[in-house]
Design a protein around this ligand. Structure first.
Ligand SMILES: Nc1nc2c(ncn2[C@@H]2O[C@H](COP(=O)(O)OP(=O)(O)OP(=O)(O)O)[C@@H](O)[C@H]2O)c(=O)[nH]1
Ligand SMILES: [Mg+2]
Length: 362
């Protein structure tokens, strides 16, 4: 196999093709300049409304930016997109690591695009800020969906607080909707506080589970169960089918013990296999039943209005907090006061009061 001589290893550069006389140096400079140039807010909005995914990605990057100079432009883009948003269904999907979220979203997403829907997948995963999450894993688990022109997959915003990530995701939802995506899937790992944040930005909440060894109800936080509109028991294939059916009965029984939901919806349990795709269509069927019901009884609009109010106060809280902790005149004082309260020289409330007064002085 190594018969040929290695004239061209990666270490040897090949001679390039020299530039023909006819190409003007100034036009090359112009093109390079154009490529470097950041699009204006209007250009981004135009691209998004033309359903251009590159413009969408750029706008989301802008929204995610922590650079304060980008804030104004990001807000301009969002405000212009807002009238075109809201025409979608937003579905939250949660489940512990390894339950099959990525595999499920691939199968579910493909099913939806096959029905002519346009699917955007966003992730809320503050824990991924260090490792940049399972982006690599997801690229392979969502291989088909990644290639689908009617799908858009965006990994989680990184390096921020949960509040920050949640706000950015909310804004990304608006941008995706303006870009023509009618089904927004928000994925989160079911291990922390992120479910609550996701619950407050979606219309429908799906909890992915797998059948355990008899004690199905163990390890699920009651709060998360209570939030679920549908529990899907995944990996119902091969030897697992029987166990999954059993788990379904148990979850159904457990769900009936919870207080009735204000949506009027009785949460359901179903089984599926993200690998064989058995039951995937049924999941969408249930989701549809839900949307028919809540659009009919106006819960859908009421919940979205509620969520908007919640996010208004939530954003104020978040921004006040980060602006407080970022203030250069406050940080050294805060350290001093921390020591003082630690040594019982001052009460925490008095210290907080003083610092806040200092903050609002300016
Ligand atoms: N048998 C079977 N295996 C599945 C099914 N769905 C997922 N798996 C396998 O379960 C493993 C975990 O699946 P993922 O889709 O990566 O799970 P995840 O919930 O996204 O995991 P994290 O991203 O780590 O939170 C993989 O090896 C999948 O192939 C299923 O329906 N049946
Ligand atoms: Mg995953």
């Amino acid at each position: 196999m190594t018969k040929h001589k290695n004239h061209h290893t990666a270490l040897h550069e090949k001679d390039g093709i020299s530039r023909p006389e006819s190409v003007s140096v100034t036009s090359i400079a112009n093109i390079t300049q154009l490529r470097k140039k950041q699009p204006t807010a209007d250009e981004l909005v135009k691209g998004i409304l033309e359903h251009n995914k590159t413009a969408l990605s750029r706008a989301i990057t802008l929204v995610e930016s922590t650079n304060p100079t980008h804030l104004e432009k990001a807000m301009a883009v969002i405000n212009q997109c807002l009238p075109y948003a809201n025409k979608s269904v937003r579905i939250g999907i949660t489940g512990v690591p390894g339950v099959g979220k990525s595999t499920f979203i691939e199968a579910f997403g493909k099913h939806l695009t096959s029905l002519g829907r346009k699917v955007a997948v966003l992730a809320v995963d503050p824990s991924s800020s260090m490792s940049h999450g399972s982006i690599l894993g997801d690229k392979t688990r969502m291989e088909e969906l990644v290639k689908d022109e009617n799908a858009y997959i965006r990994p989680s915003a990184s390096g921020d607080t949960l509040g920050g990530v949640a706000r950015k995701t909310r804004e990304a939802i608006i941008l995706c909707e303006a870009c023509g995506f009618d089904t927004i899937i928000i994925e989160t790992v079911g291990v922390g506080q992120s479910e609550t944040a996701v619950h407050s930005m979606v219309d429908f909440f799906l909890l992915l589970k797998i059948a355990g060894a008899g004690d199905e109800l163990q390890g699920i936080k009651r709060g998360i169960m209570e939030m679920a509109d549908l529990i899907v028991i995944n990996k119902a294939d091969g030897d697992n089918i029987k166990k999954a059916k059993l788990a379904k009965t148990e979850f159904n029984r457990a769900l009936h013990l919870f207080p009735a939901k204000s949506s009027g919806w009785q949460p359901k349990v179903s089984t599926c296999s993200a690998i064989t795709h058995d039951g995937i269509a049924d999941v969408w069927q249930v989701v549809n039943e839900y949307f028919e019901m809540v659009k009919d009884n106006h819960y859908f609009d009421a919940k979205r209005a509620d969520q908007n109010r919640y996010w208004l106060t939530e954003t104020i809280n978040e921004q006040l907090k980060s602006s407080f902790y970022a203030r250069e005149d406050i940080t050294p004082l805060l350290e001093q006061y921390k020591k003082a309260v630690q040594n019982n020289e001052l009460s925490p409330f008095a210290a907080a009061q003083f610092l806040l007064e200092k903050y609002f002085e300016k």
